[in-house]
Design a protein around this ligand. Structure first.
Ligand code: COA
Length: 260
């Protein structure tokens, strides 16, 4: 499948999707949102792909937000549809049964921060800046940012970031638990590659179970979350990969998980 605004590359079981509009700092226009949606569907369906990495092209930006030029021309009805399209994409990423890692190589602003927040793990370059600057445009986040940031850092920090619109440095984002790790710019690609490679070797049923239990558990009461955990645990125990993992431990060797 060809894309106008995305680059797709595979390295073993890791698919990297790069938003590729560097002259617009990878801003998410409608076309790019729709291509990302298609690329996530393809990655989900492709059995060879076990992990997805999302990043931005060029030196400066991960994604500098939704496309402001497009937003400016929208009617309220179109804006509602635009928000729904963005929210659906972010929910699809968060709900993916394959881990999605954001490699935040620069500005992650507005829709770019929302995109990063929908990923399961976030590794940032020390030069990255993250923020929700929509307030400065007279609007507010519309791709899930108010909700995902709130759940990640609580009302105090979420309100501060959304109401002031001031971006924060990568190190601060790590302190707040918004990103998992910050590395030097040159180390971003190898660090993410190593992490993604590690995730790609894990048993897929266990990975899917953890993603679902944590994501849905975060939105459920404890009993519901625990019941989900039990069901997914039992499912893992029905796999050949469970036999392989436990046998490998007892035989003191490295397991090879085949996704069966
Ligand atoms: N939507 C559309 N175009 C965007 C964009 C966005 N979100 N962010 C950057 N661009 C475009 C600029 O208009 C400019 O295009 P041009 O060369 O045709 O004029 C190009 O990308 C480069 O951006 P520029 O502002 O010149 O780079 P900079 O280094 O001076 O500043 C930022 C970088 C990220 C601080 C600045 O681009 C910015 O504030 N972007 C908007 C962030 C934002 O508000 N996002 C939320 C959107 S809802």
């Amino acid at each position: 499948m060809s894309y106008e605004n995305l680059l797709i590359s595979d390295r073993e079981a890791v698919r990297t999707i790069t938003v590729n509009r560097p002259d617009k700092l990878n801003a998410l226009n409608r076309r790019t949102l729709s291509e990302l949606d298609r690329a996530m569907t393809e990655a989900g369906r492709d059995e060879k792909v076990r992990v997805v990495v999302l990043t931005g092209s060029g030196e400066k930006a991960f994604v500098a937000g939704a496309d402001i030029a497009e937003i400016r021309e929208q009617t309220a009805v179109e804006a509602r549809a635009f928000s729904a399209i963005g929210q659906d994409l972010m929910s699809r990423i968060q709900g993916s049964g394959k881990p999605v890692v954001a490699a935040i190589n620069g500005f992650a602003l507005g829709g770019g921060m929302e995109l990063a927040l929908s990923c399961h793990l976030r590794i940032a370059s020390s030069k990255a800046r993250l923020g929700l600057p929509e307030i400065k445009l007279g609007i507010m986040p519309g791709f899930g940012g108010t909700q995902r940031l709130l759940r990640l850092v609580g009302t105090t920090r979420a309100l501060e970031m959304a109401l002031t619109g001031e971006p924060i440095q990568a190190g601060r984002a790590e302190q707040l638990g918004i990103v998992n790790r910050v590395v030097e710019p040159d180390a971003l690609e190898p660090t993410v590659g190593e992490l993604a490679g590690q995730l790609a070797k894990a048993a897929p049923e266990a990975v899917r179970g953890i993603l679902q239990a944590v994501n849905q558990g975060a939105e459920s009461d404890l009993q519901t979350g625990l019941a989900l955990e039990t069901a997914r645990f039992a499912l893992c125990c029905s796999t050949e990969d469970m036999k392989e993992g436990t046998s490998a431990f007892l035989e003191k060797r490295t397991p090879t998980f085949r996704g069966r």
